[in-house]
Design a protein around this ligand. Sequence first.
Ligand SMILES: C[S@@+](CC[C@H](N)C(=O)[O-])C[C@H]1O[C@@H](n2cnc3c(N)ncnc32)[C@H](O)[C@@H]1O
Length: 378
Amino acid sequence: MNIDLEKILSQIGCSANKLDNKKEQTSKKIEYVTHYVKEWIRVGCMSSKLNTLSFVDGMSNAGIYRDGDLGTTTLAYSLFLEAAKSYPNMHFNLVFNEIDPIRFKIFKVICHELYVNQCGGREIPNLKLYCSNDDINDFIADLSNHDGLLNKYGSLTLFFIDPYDARTVDIPPLRDYLNNHYCELFFNWFSSDHVRNPNDNAIKSCFSGIEIPAGYDAADYIAKYLSGSKKMYFSFPFRNKNNTELYQIIFVTPSKKGLEKVKEALWSTFSGREYHRNERTACHQTSMFELDEGRDFQKESYGATIRDLILDEFTAKDYSYDEIELFVLRRSMLGPNDILRFVVKPLIKQGVLLKNNRRGKRNYKDDSYRFIKGTGND
Ligand SMILES: C[S@@+](CC[C@H](N)C(=O)[O-])C[C@H]1O[C@@H](n2cnc3c(N)ncnc32)[C@H](O)[C@@H]1O
């Protein structure tokens, strides 16, 4: 991308110090979320039921890092520009919020540069950019006033909320919004801040009354809490070189398709690992699991774990393929294309799952299955 960062900074009258340096985990986070956004746009544009896609970043940063690389949301804007040209009947909204006035200004200029670069000044009437310069909690409180934009019929919204710590974003109002609106969320839950400062008043205030039950992993509890009764979640940890957790990117979605696509993004970005760890060990693992047989080995190991969990949780009655699939997507790294090979067929072979063959022996997806207790692992 042809962006003259030095020129932009001098026009705005600020120094490069205003921009963040990109850390290793930041690059992987951007790659992961952007991969999902790319697929989300593709699926959204192919859907006959949708007419509007909105990407909303509540803490967007300047849209560019000190090394000149774009941030997640300016990358999303660039993808929107391309999609808007190819799908003129689809509406695209990019909404960003950033508290820092200089970063806010830089973000707008970067978007303008992208627009000029990619569209040469040609008007793109089906893409709109909305921006605000508020505190994230005011921004969330205000969101319901924008239902005409974000929550109308045929509209799908993806939120990204990416703070530096666990003491900035109030969790209950975010949960309330998610519960009342059809939307998805990537939320950076800063577990390391929470672990290091359990009695910090700002962190407590963000929880405002949420009690994490004893024995619960805080990130898992927050993910479960945010997803409420109507949505599903998957949480992915990032660790530093010393293998200490920094944060988890919690993904919340109302649809199974969302979970399927997030698995694709995870496998593509992290080669099937259960967490990202900064360089020291990740290098070895990458080369090992880039090989197909390494991936199969990895998937077999996830398969064995989830098969045990299934046998613990499912009772001796009929379940649809969809029910088994949803359980696997929510509770393991396996994706939709792994379920037959690594879960259903091995359980049948083990003699603990009976395929009812309602649509014939070869149709697995439209069939129902009965768990046979008292055999296999029991
Ligand atoms: C980790 S960065 C976001 C990175 C961005 N999502 C990306 O992927 O490129 C966090 C941003 O939140 C902003 N921020 C901090 N406190 C805020 C608040 N209370 N409300 C809104 N934005 C805030 C910071 O200025 C910073 O630019």
